[in-house]
Design a protein around this ligand. Sequence first.
Ligand code: ADP
Length: 496
Amino acid sequence: MGLVTGMCSLPASLDGRPKLLLIDGEWVPARSGRVFDSYNPSNGEVIARLAQGDKEDIDLAVAAARQAFQGPWSKFTPAQRQNVLLKLADLVEQNLGDLSLLDSVDMGAPIGHGLSDSAVETLRYYAGWATKIQGETVPNSNPGSFFSYTLKEPVGVVGAIIPWNAPLSSAIEKIAPVLTTGCTMILKPAEEAALSPLAIGELINQLDLPPGVINIVTGFGDTAGAALSEHADVDKVAFTGSSFTGQEIVRAAAGNLKRVSLELGGKSPDVIFADADLDAAVPGAGMAVFANSGQVCCAGTRVFVERPIYEEFVARVSAFADSLKVGNSLDPETQIGPIVSQVQLDRVTGYLEIGKSEGARTTAGGERLATGDLAKGYFVLPTVFADVNDDMRIAQEEIFGPVAAVLPFDSFEEVSMRSNKTQFGLGGGVWTRDVGKAHRMAAAINTGVVWVNTYLNFDPAMPFGGSKMSGWGNEMGQHSLDEYLNIKAVWINTGE
Ligand code: ADP
């Protein structure tokens, strides 16, 4: 494990003034006047104070979004909406350095890793769709009497609730389809990491958008988040976060049966066959777990390794884990930053103890790093547990930390079955030189995305979503637009 030194400077927007809520185009304090602190997880220091929005603020933001949905925004042509997205993409591109710094200092993403780089491409990708949303003429069974067609219309006011593990890209992945389809929104960032979403709000105010199209309310999940998901005048909730909170949101949404899309947790299998190129599979499967300190919903945390190469793989992936540079997120050399908060740190270190007490063999890491400059931060060493079996909690529960569970297997049939022995269905990986086996395994894994001889690739054009407890619907890609559109069937009587 290497420690790192040199450091980037803090973003200029962290000027000490409390951050406000964006409601109806204006930056306003919470009605209650309350604020809360946001921490830098690399050193535990307060970096900003944020307005603590709750139900009253959500009510105001929803009213503004409703008015905007019915107002001049509804008259924007597809080409005008496309231009809004392209202008926002340009602004994000011009400010990407600062936005990335905000994510690094706010949630601990290593500055050198480009966690936020996809935001610009995502906006430009969606901009292309704004002019291509169209219904169909439908050949009904009585064409002499009826002409029938479909229209695709925006669902209306969207409540978007996002997590802290990739704040900028999560915000953009919600804002982009809203602008593309002509919806309006209230964005509720995570309380742990709201700075880059708020900075996007500053950029949105530089666009020629009617007020109220995009509103941003910071606050806690059980107050602001709950008020948004149960609000009777919200037409859809788009949520990314834990499966537990996803269930809460579904219950809250039942009041007015609003549309819900969910991108939730995972415990994804990554299958290494004996014929795999281990020079690629070791770092590939390693970073599938350790990237962003394991705070990735589709991290490949259950690593199944074919028995003939099991011990060799365990030794090599453990050496790889030990070689990663753990450090302050603002150091360009850092590969593994901190865990986002004290609460999450306690959760992850709790799982380290659970793994040991369940009898797993610790072959790398296994503890918090609390020495020298890093003692005040929330650092966990990249950890490899070997000799894990399917029934251990570390093989079944989402840890959301840099913790790999490595499990041996003996046959294709066995690993096909065991890879799906989970309540989740988000990501999956296959490493093999046999192209037929790769396709068969990709088909066998019951998840929303499978990577072959690679892992954690994302693209705005590729759908991303999960099955089972990992969610409902897709983000990104063409089909994500349907989550924000209603289909209307229109019948015209052409008969006499
Ligand atoms: P984590 O446990 O990793 O913080 P959560 O799913 O709790 O993940 O948080 C993701 C987002 O959901 C955050 O913006 C959080 O404020 C919000 N949230 C948490 N609880 C609720 C809730 N009961 N209703 C709506 N939103 C919530």
